[in-house]
Design a protein. Structure first.
Ligand SMILES: Cc1cc2nc3c(=O)[nH]c(=O)nc-3n(C[C@H](O)[C@H](O)[C@H](O)COP(=O)(O)OP(=O)(O)OC[C@H]3O[C@@H](n4cnc5c(N)ncnc54)[C@H](O)[C@@H]3O)c2cc1C
Length: 384
């Protein structure tokens, strides 16, 4: 069975537990986002996830991504689903309208990515990094970089990567050795090897925007000597940059996501932000990725619960204790021990949703003035 978008449960948390419409529709930036529009967005998201992305889960993991001489091919159907995804505007849901986005509340993006992760974790790894890359370029990129890359990343026309990890530098990014040599024209030559790079190479989009942590020649040792660079797969003149995929890493149960070893061979790059302050800029992307990993957890819990719940309502074993004992075996969902397990799963899912959606709502409210309490709630009684 495929994952089904659990819209009614999600709407219960948004409307009845968190009162999201009353809080968010009061903000001037969402003046256009009335309850009906948001409801429509949620319904369409649910349909896309259930009908387009969930059916690709099995082929994603059984066939997986394949590697041939530096090229990565994603599983059958992945590319078509991704093209439909970005062309329908889903990656740009919560990006600013001036950057090509739809300007809707971030909590809707959280709902979308929770459902996508539950439906097909491997496929969802590709767009999962986009919003963080968008925020990082928006807040730290030069005007020239923004003009070239911001809208393509906001809309998802081009996918992005986060190139931090090296063979000897995992949690301890202060050990990063990748080097960046300045050129006279203001660009840099980046050289080094990065491992575990999600979406490092693939056929989903025409270009890939790599955000890379590297060290300038005069950099101090440790994390305070890291700078951040943007190195695209294809340069603005259409030429191939010196960024090479060496292989796909093996990961259990996530074969639909190409996690790559990437070699930068004096690749052309441009600095994002200031010299030696790259880690701070990168944290904009890393923090978005961390929140995304939280949503993956909730999506996967829901996917597991859907399977367990369905099975428990089909499988009959032994007699369940009740006032009138059955003569035939009962469904295992009627056994108290099973009911406890299934209810515990549901509690984890609902608790996770409250935490994740609350975080998205609060971060929107704290980044927007006036605060909801100072504004007159519009559509206060409306439900999504
Ligand atoms: C699915 C997947 C996708 C990934 N995608 C990307 C990506 O897109 N880009 C990228 O750059 N990287 C990516 N990574 C790499 C990921 O960021 C690293 O795995 C992570 O930083 C940890 O590094 P490590 O695996 O080398 O573990 P290590 O740093 O070697 O740690 C090993 C263990 O020691 C523990 N440990 C380390 N230091 C401490 C400490 N100070 N105190 C207590 N415990 C400690 C860790 O928690 C861990 O359990 C990905 C990894 C996975 C699994």
């Amino acid at each position: 069975m495929h994952y089904r978008a659990p819209l009614a449960d999600i709407q219960f948390i948004l409307n009845d537990v968190l009162h999201a419409p009353a809080q968010l529709l009061a903000l001037p930036c969402f003046a256009e986002a009335d309850a009906e529009l948001v409801q429509q967005v949620l319904e369409e998201a649910g349909k896309f996830v259930t009908n387009e992305v969930a059916p690709l889960q099995e082929v994603g993991d059984t066939i997986g991504c394949t590697f041939d001489a530096g090229r990565v091919t994603t599983p059958p159907g992945f590319k078509e689903a991704y093209q439909a995804f970005w062309q329908a505007g889903w990656p740009a849901l919560a990006c600013a309208p001036q950057d090509g986005g739809q300007g809707l509340p971030a909590v809707l993006e959280a709902v979308l990515f929770e459902m996508l992760s539950g439906a097909n974790h491997g496929w969802t790894m590709a767009p999962g990094l986009l919003h963080g890359a968008y925020e990082c370029i928006k807040h730290h990129g030069s005007e020239a970089l923004k003009a070239e890359y911001l809208e393509k990343v906001a809309t998802g026309e081009w996918l992005a990567t986060m190139c931090l990890t090296e063979p000897h530098a995992g949690s301890d990014l202060g050990l990063v050795r990748t080097k960046a040599q300045p050129r006279a024209d203001g660009s840099y030559r980046v050289s080094g090897t990065k491992i575990f790079i999600s979406g490092g190479e693939h056929d989903l989009t025409g270009n890939i925007v790599h955000l890379v942590l590297a060290r300038l020649p005069d950099a101090p040792a440790g994390p305070k000597g890291l700078s951040l660079f943007l190195a695209p797969k294809l340069l603005p003149d259409g030429m191939r940059n010196a960024v090479h995929c060496e292989r796909i890493e093996e990961k259990m149960g996530l074969h639909g996501s190409p996690t790559c070893v990437m070699r930068f061979d004096e690749a052309t790059a441009w600095m994002i932000g200031e010299p030696h302050r790259g880690l701070g800029a990168m944290f904009v992307m890393m923090n978005a990725a961390r929140l995304h990993v939280g949503l993956q957890g909730i999506g996967l819990l829901e996917a597991a619960w859907q399977k367990a719940d369905t099975y428990s309502k089909e499988r009959r074993q032994m007699r369940a204790p009740k006032a009138k004992m059955s003569s035939a075996p009962d469904l295992i969902s009627e056994h108290p021990a099973m009911r406890r397990i299934l209810s515990t799963q549901r509690a984890w899912i609902d608790g996770g949703r409250v935490l994740a959606y609350r975080t998205a709502i609060d971060s929107t409210c704290s980044n927007t003035t006036p605060t909801p309490s100072a504004a007159t709630p519009r559509n206060a009684g409306a439900a999504w």
